[in-house]
Design a protein around this ligand. Structure first.
Ligand SMILES: Nc1ncnc2c1ncn2[C@@H]1O[C@H](COP(=O)(O)OP(=O)(O)OP(=O)(O)O)[C@@H](O)[C@H]1O
Ligand SMILES: [Mg+2]
Length: 164
């Protein structure tokens, strides 16, 4: 098994009331496996805990989150892994494509910067090699005008810029 989530519980500390810490339980004991070379979709209604479950895997939750259970990745429990070890896994073995480009892409970075970061950090490429690879990747997925796109930054929104 590539990834095995076992009885994962996630609670958010919400502050004290009468000296008593209040917690909101967001994930209430979820278990599932992801076999190698497979595509698995986690489906559920809004607010059911899909994002919190996914963010638990790489420990990308805010500081007031408490996780319990097991997240086994190639035999290692990611809930027990140190931050440096986790940083070696993030972006290299497990990556996250975030839902909302407006809050998840840094407007200071170009498209090239965003794509090159894991290639330089994790794949040992030089910036020059990474730039060539970034253009190839945009081509591979059929993005038109890849050279122009590489220099682009996240803009506010397509509709707004075309109507302006
Ligand atoms: N930082 C937080 N503090 C407190 N509660 C949170 C926090 N983040 C998420 N929650 C709560 O955890 C629950 C699960 O949220 P989550 O974002 O995982 O839902 P989701 O299944 O991804 O929904 P959607 O389909 O809308 O993306 C929700 O009740 C949400 O309000
Ligand atoms: Mg979500």
């Amino acid at each position: 098994m590539l990834l095995s989530i076992q009885d994962l519980k996630v609670a958010f500390r919400m502050g004290k009331v009468n000296g008593q810490m209040q917690r909101a339980l967001a994930v209430k004991g979820v278990s599932f496996d992801i076999p190698e070379n497979s595509t698995v979709a986690l489906v559920g209604e809004s607010g059911s805990g899909k994002s919190v479950t996914a963010m638990s895997i790489l420990n990308l939750l805010p500081d007031n989150a408490e996780r319990q259970g097991k997240i086994l990745f190639q035999g290692r429990d990611l809930l027990q892994t140190s931050l440096p070890e986790l940083q070696g896994i993030r972006g290299r073995e497990i990556a996250c494509v975030f839902q909302d480009p407006m809050t998840s892409l840094n407007p200071v970075f170009t498209v090239a910067d965003q794509i090159m970061e894991p290639l330089v950090k994790h794949m040992g490429m030089s910036r020059k090699q990474a730039l060539v690879r970034a253009e190839e990747l945009l081509n591979e997925v059929g993005i038109p005008e890849p050279k122009r796109r590489l220099k682009a930054i996240r803009t506010r929104c397509r509709a707004a810029s075309s109507s302006a």
